[in-house]
Write a protein that binds this ligand. Sequence first.
Ligand SMILES: NC(=O)c1ccc[n+]([C@@H]2O[C@H](COP(=O)([O-])OP(=O)(O)OC[C@H]3O[C@@H](n4cnc5c(N)ncnc54)[C@H](O)[C@@H]3O)[C@@H](O)[C@H]2O)c1
Length: 272
Amino acid sequence: MKSHKLLEGKKGIIFGPLNEQSIAWKIALASYREGAQLVLTNAPIALRMGEIKKLSEECGQAPIIAADVVNNDDLKKLFEESVKHFGGKIDFILHSVGMSLNIRKGNHYTQLNHDFYHKTLDISAISLHRVCQLALEMDIMNEWGSITALTYIAAQRVFPDYNEMSDSKALLENITRNFGYHFGIKKKVRVNTISQSPTRTTAGSGVKGFDAFYNFAEKMSPLANATAEDCADYCVALFSDYSRKVTMQNLFHDGGFSFTGITETIVEKMSE
Ligand SMILES: NC(=O)c1ccc[n+]([C@@H]2O[C@H](COP(=O)([O-])OP(=O)(O)OC[C@H]3O[C@@H](n4cnc5c(N)ncnc54)[C@H](O)[C@@H]3O)[C@@H](O)[C@H]2O)c1
């Protein structure tokens, strides 16, 4: 995609780039291509792997600041250092963070470890509330700023192997609506989620039966699955001034999957 400089002069914080497969990685590259200045962040343990340095180089030596999304002190430090680095307030924040301890341990939805469940909800959903609350309290967002988080359709429909992440995404989307209301009234800041197609990443591939999910969605989507690069371009639009009145929404970005009942390809498969 050629640059249209849609984010010229804008400053953003990107949560969640782990490796080149990460959706946040592609979003950082697309935002940089469109003229944004960035700060990159991830959990301290993820930064130890070191891959993010490559992304920083590709994004004009964007600073990398460690922050565990469930630690308010880390988030405060991240926001303070970002504002200092940019010499001004922030225009957009990407929340691209998810982790399920029960999926990692192979626990079935009917046999969850509830301490893990709390942790999963905290990392994958309540963290968006933490980010929004601190951003509001610290007054770090410019008017018409945009906060965008990534979600999945398992928040609305049952995908059994998505397990407790389904509950996380439902909470994430509700926080988006509630905080979007308050942030809109107080500071004219937008909060939205993008509901992305299955995408081959570290977090995505951790879900049992991911390949079947992926292939089924591919055949059920009139435009085929949206890639991470497609998602990045959509995020650019949401960070830009071309979506100033879009807020409190869950925006499906899935090649049409969410509104397709059945496709001819699936009918043919089922008739075999
Ligand atoms: N891959 C898919 O199929 C898919 C589909 C729809 C939505 N999503 C969502 O997209 C987002 C990004 O996931 P991805 O697929 O790019 O995978 P990913 O594994 O590349 O990204 C997940 C990120 O969350 C970070 N993270 C985990 N715990 C953290 C913590 N405590 N503090 C800070 N960061 C932490 C990880 O380090 C990692 O960078 C997630 O919200 C995911 O649920 C993914």
